[in-house]
Write a protein of this length. Structure first.
Length: 335
């Protein structure tokens, strides 16, 4: 007998998330209006696009009789923390396969500590084994799934970053929360795995378009192909109303160059909104870049999706600096 899953409890998300018009003088001088879609305020533990991408997968897991979620991520993965929190709330055990076996005996950073506090079992694997496992999953290799099941038992497997067809359909639902979309509207988001952008583009009305800003370096072609494949598998068609700009990754995932930091600090001071640096700041930086290049004609209205909150400022960790290594091509955790 399948258990029903009331996705609104016990986490009780704030939906629809707020939409806030902001007056940005620099954009206004170029005839561009800006509003922020505050998905970062949906829930403190499962915020933003993580909520939208996870909820349809949680339903599917429960409906199929699963009691365990298994997923993948890096040492500071937003997705890992969100799965741990959501699993705990709905009575599902969780396993997080973490990239980097050198982290197994190191002091836990704040992000992994939060995941463990929600009951997640962490398994640290070498970077080569991590890449091999993700490759096997993407190719639907039965041996890869069998190996995971032999180690952790039967589990509902979520991809790195949580992006799959169900997740893209979950992201698509946010478009219904944006009033009066039409010609002249551009909905913008950061892109880590492509699921959020794919969902937005599929749900937009005629005339509106979507622009994603890649947070990964060297992902040209790859991320575009991921979005197109999600459209093919999830909607059975292609969409011509979106593109990905690859010019605002700041040097790679997790990199925040001085120019980007200065831009984010000015935006915070001007608008009173704290800005997450690895995804959201790059997206907002890209919006201003589009306007500067004249790719947002006068009369455009940009809806910028704030997908998540800034990281907290934890106490320094003894003997630990950095983010546990630069991710590979599928750095994941965002988009």
């Amino acid at each position: 007998m399948r258990r029903p899953l009331d996705i609104a409890t016990p986490l009780r998300p704030r939906l629809p998330s707020p939409v806030r018009d902001v007056v940005d003088p620099w954009l206004a001088d170029r005839g561009v209006a800006l509003r922020l879609k505050r998905d970062d305020l949906i829930h403190p533990l499962v915020p933003g696009n993580k909520w939208r991408k996870l909820t349809p997968n949680l339903r599917a897991a429960v409906e199929r009789g699963h009691t365990r979620l298994l997923t993948f991520g890096g040492a500071y993965s937003n997705h890992i923390r969100a799965v741990a929190a959501a699993g705990a709330a709905y009575g599902l055990s969780t396993v997080g396969v973490i990239r980097g076996d050198e982290l197994a005996d190191a002091p836990r950073n704040w992000s992994l500590t939060r995941a463990e506090d929600h009951g997640m079992e962490l398994a640290f694997v070498s970077r080569s084994a991590y890449r091999e496992t993700l490759r096997g999953l993407s190719e639907d290799d039965p041996g890869t799934l069998r190996g995971l099941e032999e180690r952790w038992g039967r589990a509902y497997v979520l991809p790195e970053g949580g992006t799959n067809v169900l997740a893209a359909h979950g992201a698509a639902q946010l478009v219904a929360e944006l009033p009066d979309l039409g010609p002249g509207d551009v909905v913008c988001c950061a892109v880590g795995t492509g699921g959020t952008l794919a969902g937005i583009a599929a749900a937009l009305p005629a005339g509106a378009r979507a622009v994603g800003f890649a947070v990964l370096k060297g992902a040209e072609g790859y991320l575009d192909g991921e979005v197109a494949e999600l459209h093919r598998r999830g909607w059975g068609r292609a969409f011509g109303n979106w593109h990905i700009d690859h010019g605002y990754h700041g040097g790679g995932y997790g990199r925040v160059p001085a120019e980007l930091e200065a831009f984010a600090a000015r935006f915070e001071e001007r608008h009173g909104v704290r800005v997450e640096r690895r995804y959201v700041a790059k997206m907002l930086w890209g919006v201003h870049g589009l306007a500067e290049r004249g790719e947002l004609p006068p009369g455009s209205r940009v809806t910028a999706l704030i997908t998540g909150p800034p990281d907290p400022k934890p106490e320094p960790e003894p003997g630990r600096e950095g983010n546990g290594g630069e991710p590979g091509r599928a750095a994941r955790g965002g988009g």
